[in-house]
Design a protein around this ligand. Structure first.
Ligand code: AVJ
Length: 324
């Protein structure tokens, strides 16, 4: 129907990169696997289910903040911009901004190709006037705009506190790359989860219905499926904890017994109680985050927080010349 205004660019990472990342991560002690691999088709569906959980406050809180302040956001940013969303595979929040922003084009970038295509198609039907350039790419490796994307003030939209997956130092490097992407005078609208009570945080990452556990375990299922390994899903369990010193939620898969796992010709041994670290989700106070963005060359323009102090949305502008 309206799928004529979608251009699809497949720049995604290969199976070889996936294998390399998994092998390298499992050689580390503590073992780890990058969280970006959660999002195959099943993982993306499970993540969507997480966002609806009663315990998982970030999504609904951020949506409420965006809705309440959509007019002010549009006033500050203006219309006709090129709206880029790294990791925007589900195109779920951008619709709140589209009527106000009226961008010249929308560029969602995501590693999960199927999810991205479906979501872009739905968005195109809901917003027939919108030009969409869907780019299937791993934005943690490179963030390139499709060459055919039209020109306009660049606005990066990075909701969901996805920034929390990076270590603070890597987060600054990522913010640097956003400054590069949007150029001076460009904007970043970003959602950042706030530091808060440990009990609220831990419940959000270890829900009563076990969806987050399934999301975490799907990583091993995916590795079995795509890389031909033999993880026994019964002998791993989900753990989420708030590391207060580091200011981050940590997700782990804990081995319930001593075991060997084979991936192609490699064997990895795990003791009982040993874990694979699968995700960090850093939490920042508003001031901490503004200081971090400043290091990258972003100046704070506006800050919105919900009435329960759960979640923040920042608007930054890339400075004309970086202050060091
Ligand atoms: C998509 C990285 C923002 O850290 O809250 C949710 C991922 N993991 N539940 C988060 C996640 C477990 C989520 N981010």
């Amino acid at each position: 129907m309206n799928s004529t205004n979608i251009q699809f660019h497949d720049l995604h990472s290969t199976r070889d990169e996936f294998l390399e990342d998994v092998l390298q991560g499992l050689r580390n002690r503590p073992a780890s696997i990058p969280p970006k691999y959660f999002y195959d088709a099943k993982g993306s569906k499970l993540f969507d289910a997480i966002t609806e959980l009663p315990e998982y406050y970030p999504t609904r809180t951020e949506i409420q903040i965006l809705k309440t302040n959509a007019d002010e956001i549009a006033q500050r940013v203006g219309t006709g911009s090129l709206l880029v969303e790294p990791g925007g595979g589900s195109c779920a929040k951008v619709h709140i901004l589209l009527e106000g922003l009226r961008p010249c084009a929308y560029v969602p970038m995501d590693i999960s190709s199927d999810h991205l295509q479906l979501a872009a198609q739905e968005l195109a039907i809901a917003f027939p006037w919108l030009e969409i350039h869907a780019a299937c790419t791993d934005f943690t490796r490179e963030m390139q705009l499709p060459p055919s994307a039209p020109k306009g003030t660049h606005v990066a939209f990075f909701p969901g506190s996805s920034i929390g997956n990076f270590d603070p130092q890597a987060a600054v490097t990522f913010l640097d790359s956003i400054v590069e992407l949007v150029g001076s005078g460009g904007y970043l609208l970003i959602g950042v989860d706030l530091k808060k009570d440990k009990a609220i945080l831990e419940a959000a990452y270890d829900d009563a219905s076990g969806i987050t556990a399934r999301f975490n375990l799907n990583l091993l299922e995916r590795i079995n499926r795509e890389l031909g390994s033999d993880f026994d899903l019964e002998s791993w369990h989900h753990r989420a904890l708030y590391n207060e010193t580091a200011g981050r939620i940590e997700m782990h898969l804990v081995s319930t017994q001593t075991q060997d796992v084979r991936i192609v010709q490699h064997t990895f041994s795990f003791d009982r109680g040993e874990s694979i670290h699968t995700e960090n989700s850093y939490k920042y106070s508003a001031d901490e985050f503004i200081a971090m963005a400043r290091q990258a060359g972003f100046q704070s323009q506006a800050l919105w927080i919900d009435e329960n102090n759960l979640f923040s949305v920042h608007l930054f502008r890339a400075e004309d010349s970086k202050i060091v």
